[in-house]
Design a binder for this molecule. Structure first.
Ligand code: ADP
Ligand code: MG
Length: 397
């Protein structure tokens, strides 16, 4: 899955190139874009194509219009923002059926280095069902396909998978190339020791990740809400903490697997517990058992030390899931300490998962990490060892 052609491996001059971007940006009531990170992320690929004389046709989804035109989810504001950033008018093809008269006319009139943006691909009901009709329409506009939307790579839709049935040359853009390089190498060809840090709320949502990573890592660190199910499996009381009773036996199984594989598996030795799920709730640090009436909301100071020590010699670290309820400042210490430890390491550090990325950015340490994944769900499936259809569909090297 990792040996995929990129835009640099093909000739794009004079070609009509359809690029699937991730322009799923947040808008306010006035339809102003409130965070342009995703647009900025798409620029390197777009600029490369413009500089190399391609006719650049961009497409993306935004939000969930559920298969019909919704003016508040139009990509028109993205066309405006792009025009400013590229210093060139981006033609917006305002077709409610995405590939309509406006798009066809705009594409027919394109010259080299021109840029056209199509309307929200999810205005079409076929998009998320990967129905050939819409894939074919999209394909009819272009000679070459580029996928640069990692956030949807774990889904097989018309605009990232179906379209490759009709356009033979299909390659990745810079964003996806970087994701494949970092996530792929970390999981399949890491510089060791490889340490994975897993947290977040639930064991159940990350079962396959734990299982797959135990095949790969030297050390697995488990914190966050999922840790209590592991503690319970070790016979410790967890009070009112998050506990998934159905997964206690699974946690046991994973600890046995770790032992068999010679993987060091670390779980918290102390916990910051609180009376209520509130930032200013009464709180204290406890070791061992957690009493009834108290819930664990963060890892304790000894655990921070234990985890940071285990990270010290790491050469590759993959982190998915916060160590505590980092949204509340009083319970963000564990998460912030791990973020700081990673930032200070001389290692490849990779952050995946929407909330983990938010936590690292909240700590102001985003630019200290080697790679921050642009797709929460997609990076999770990657860590589960699954093939992502949006990447599988691209041409091999
Ligand atoms: P990611 O998006 O990085 O994959 P998750 O979505 O799995 O992470 O989990 C993030 C959520 O887990 C956060 O909202 C955080 O508050 C919550 N969480 C972490 N530790 C605990 C805990 N001890 N109790 C309850 N929730 C927790
Ligand atoms: Mg999340």
């Amino acid at each position: 899955m990792l040996n995929k052609k990129s835009i640099e491996d093909i000739d794009v001059k004079g070609k009509r190139v359809l690029v699937r971007c991730d322009f799923n940006v947040p808008l306010d009531d006035q339809l102003n874009i409130t965070d342009e990170t995703r647009i900025d992320g798409a620029l390197p690929t777009i600029k490369y194509l413009m500089e190399n004389g391609a006719k650049v046709i961009l497409c993306s989804h935004m939000g969930k219009p559920k298969g019909e035109p919704k003016p508040e989810l139009s990509l028109a504001p993205v066309a405006k923002a792009l025009s400013k950033k590229l210093g060139k008018d981006v033609i917006f093809a305002a077709d409610n059926n995405v590939v309509g008269e406006n798009a066809k006319k705009a594409v027919a009139e394109m010259k080299e280095s021109d840029v056209v943006l199509l309307e929200n691909t999810r205005y079409r009901a076929e998009e998320t069902k990967n129905i050939p009709e819409f894939s074919q329409e999209l394909a009819s506009l272009a000679d070459v396909f580029v996928n640069d939307a990692f956030g949807t790579a774990h889904r097989a839709h018309c605009s990232n998978v179906g379209v490759t049935d009709y356009i033979k040359t299909a390659v990745c853009g810079y964003l996806i190339q970087k994701e494949i390089e970092f996530l792929g190498n970390a999981v399949n060809n890491p510089v060791r020791p490889l340490v994975a840090v897993l947290g977040g709320s639930k064991v159940s949502s990350k079962i396959s990740v734990i299982n797959n990573l135990l095949e790969k890592v030297d050390t697995l660190i488990i914190g966050g809400g999922m840790a209590y199910t592991f503690m319970k499996a070790l016979g410790r009381e967890v009070g009112d903490s998050l506990l998934e009773t159905d997964y206690i036996s699974y946690a046991k199984e994973m600890m046995e697997k770790a032992e068999k594989k010679g993987v060091k598996l670390l779980i918290p030795v102390d916990t910051v517990v609180a009376k209520e799920f509130k930032n200013d709730a009464e709180s204290k640090v406890v070791k061992g058992n957690i009493e009834e009436g108290w819930m664990g909301l963060d890892i304790g100071p000894e655990t921070i030390k234990l985890f940071c020590d285990a990270l010290k010699d790491a050469k590759t670290v993959v982190w998915n899931g916060p160590m505590g309820v980092f949204e509340m400042p009083n319970f963000a210490k564990g998460t912030n300490a791990i973020a700081k430890a990673l930032a200070d390491l001389d290692a490849t550090t990779i952050i995946g998962g929407g909330d983990s990325v938010a936590a690292v950015n909240q700590a102001g340490l985003g630019d200290k990490m080697s790679h921050i994944s642009t797709g929460g769900g997609a990076s999770l499936e990657f860590l589960e060892g699954k093939d992502l259809p949006g990447i599988v569909a691209l041409n091999d090297k």
